[in-house]
Design a protein around this ligand. Structure first.
Ligand SMILES: Nc1ncnc2c1ncn2[C@@H]1O[C@H](COP(=O)(O)OP(=O)(O)OP(=O)(O)O)[C@@H](O)[C@H]1O
Ligand SMILES: [Mg+2]
Length: 248
């Protein structure tokens, strides 16, 4: 599988007459992992929903491309959004089309990829928060997306589980090389996972800063080069003007 090329050009989004996003432009190359951070209510989810085609731009546009073909896009939201009346494997198979045995087989493989192969027959209410979020990840992966959109997918789990889930994403990225746009509040998560971090801010929101991480994955959370990038990122979050810095 390959990753999608993403291009966002002078994007403006208005919701209920209120400008939310203004003049947003950025691009992601196939297989790139992009993190978007910014304070609450800035418009991060709106941007992700626009990338997913769930929100129509007022001006400008979004282009997500897999070579000459339309790219498959999958979204993992902050809450797992599992259907309580379907078993775990059925929740994963639900998003697929085609004959039932083939769907069941693919669902089982997707669950194995997030190490939940033993949970196929149980109900969502029997899952822990981290397991439910892994199921949501499996449901996203089962469609073999070229672009994976993650909206604070690990915000509601404890710190240890969160690190485990981040490592899952790194592992899956190594296998599939999809393009990722990750929305997060967590600076360390952004630095651990992303090739590039965009800071969104202002009303309406613009891209206020961009930080190049450019380090191979898997990374060490205590790598001094990563830790050194926390400061420019914190500075960019606190200062409403453009700065740029890079790792290397
Ligand atoms: N349907 C809507 N109509 C009007 N305004 C909306 C609508 N949906 C969201 N908004 C507003 O758009 C702004 C951006 O919302 P969004 O959910 O994108 O922010 P966010 O950065 O994801 O915040 P958080 O970090 O809290 O998730 C908010 O001020 C919100 O009130
Ligand atoms: Mg949000």
């Amino acid at each position: 599988m390959s990753g999608a090329a993403v291009s966002v050009q002078t994007l403006a989004v208005t919701l209920s007459g209120r400008p939310i996003l203004h003049e947003i432009s950025f691009a992601a190359t196939p297989g790139e992992v992009l993190a978007i951070i910014g304070s609450s209510g800035t418009g991060k989810s709106t941007l992700l929903r626009t990338l997913a085609g769930l929100v129509s731009p007022e001006r400008g546009g979004v282009d997500v491309r897999n070579g000459d073909e339309r790219a498959r896009i999958a979204v993992v939201f902050q809450e797992p959004r599992l259907l309580p009346w379907l078993r775990v494997a059925e929740n994963v198979a639900f998003v697929m089309q085609g004959p039932r045995p083939a769907r069941r087989q693919r669902a089982q493989a997707a669950l194995a990829a997030v190490r939940l192969e033993g949970c196929a027959r149980i109900w969502p209410r029997q899952l822990s928060g981290g397991m439910a979020q892994r199921t949501a990840l499996a449901r996203a992966l089962v469609t073999s997306p070229h672009l994976l959109l993650l909206d604070e997918p690990f915000a509601s789990v404890d710190a240890l589980t969160r690190m485990e889930l981040q490592d899952h994403v790194v592992e899956l990225w190594h296998q599939h090389r999809f393009t990722v746009v990750l929305v997060t509040h967590d600076i360390d998560e952004a630095l651990y996972l992303a090739d590039r971090v965009l800071v969104l801010g202002g009303h309406p929101a613009r891209v206020q800063a961009e930080l190049d991480v450019s380090m191979p994955r898997p990374r060490s959370r205590t790598d001094p080069r990563l830790l050194a990038l926390r400061e420019p990122l914190l500075h960019a979050l606190a200062t409403p003007r453009a700065v740029s810095a890079s790792g290397g």
